[in-house]
Design a protein around this ligand. Structure first.
Ligand SMILES: [Zn+2]
Ligand SMILES: [Zn+2]
Length: 295
């Protein structure tokens, strides 16, 4: 009976916009009945201008040191809890800095020997689109409107998926984060969504169904039902991500993710697991929908 999430485990210990320490996240994951839980802290940002408003007293070098400490702590917890839970240690990508993000991300993966990555885009051409509604609106105006911004976002994610070939693609329609419960994409944007899904299909990645928007009351889980239904018709596998930013939201909203997966017509959910528990031997498997629940 697998129960899993691969995008999350952000903690206040290594990320300013998360809460609590990583040990409490892991303890909560055990308590919540997870058989597999992925830790995917945000990759460091390498330009001073990419630091968040709450990081203004920090430098990119501080973020790198913190990330290094995350890897050490995550692996210690993985070993400490190995009898209770399979903890996978990965990271979540950025498409930053705009020039050499691909080399940076591949370099991070290789340097630390991460078992998986969540391929995510949070910016469009260097401008962060998931921070504040007003900011995203201003960025859209700069590019000529919301549709233009959306098309650029999907093109950016498409390129990231083909280039990095992540195991899991994170919050595929993040760009509608501030569009509310009635979020929808226009006929002009749909071909770009479809092309991005095609890149996901080709790469063999799992598409994550992510609880964050739902949990924050911002709208349905990522991706929107129509996108998930299209992914199902295209034969793209899905998996779960709670996108937890502290022990308080470990597993919260995954029930809504499971309902969305069932409603889209899926019969199976994908998950990452190690071969005979050997670190570094992670591969994707599939479990029947009815077999996926907390232990
Ligand atoms: Zn975060
Ligand atoms: Zn993200």
């Amino acid at each position: 009976m697998p129960w899993f999430s691969y995008h999350g485990g952000h903690s206040g210990e290594f990320c300013r916009h998360a809460k609590g320490d990583l040990a409490s996240v892991v303890a909560r994951a055990v308590e919540a009945g997870f058989s597999h839980y992925g830790l995917s802290e945000h990759v460091p940002r390498y330009r001073q201008e990419d630091l968040f408003p709450d990081e203004q007293d920090l430098t990119p070098a501080d973020l790198e040191r913190s990330f290094e400490a995350y890897v050490t702590r995550a692996r210690a917890l993985r070993d400490q809890y190995s009898e209770q839970i399979e903890l996978l240690v990965g990271f979540e990508t950025e498409r930053l800095p705009p020039g050499d993000w691909a080399q940076r991300m591949l370099g991070v993966r290789e340097r630390w020997g991460f078992e998986y990555m969540i391929g995510s885009v949070h910016d469009v051409e260097g401008l962060v689109v998931d921070f504040k509604a007003e900011q995203t609106k201003a960025i859209a105006e700069r590019f000529g409107g919301p549709e233009e911004l959306q098309m650029r976002y999907f093109a950016a994610l498409r390129e990231l998926v083909s280039t990095l070939r992540p195991e899991i693609v994170g919050h595929v329609d993040l760009i509608r984060k501030f569009d509310g419960p009635a979020a929808a994409f226009s006929a002009r944007v749909w071909p770009h969504i479809e092309a991005t899904l095609e890149a996901v299909r080709k790469s063999g990645a799992l598409l994550e169904v992510n609880a964050a928007t739902h949990r924050r009351g911002l709208g349905p889980v990522y991706p929107l039902p129509e996108i998930l239904a299209l992914a199902q018709r295209m034969g793209i596998g899905v998996t779960l991500g709670d996108d937890s930013h502290g022990a308080h939201d470990v597993g919260v909203g995954l029930d809504a993710c499971m309902r969305a997966i069932a409603a889209a017509g899926y019969r199976e959910v994908g998950y990452l697991a190690r071969e005979a528990g050997v670190v570094g031997s992670v591969s994707a498997r599939f479990a029947k929908l009815q077999d996926v629940h907390p232990r």
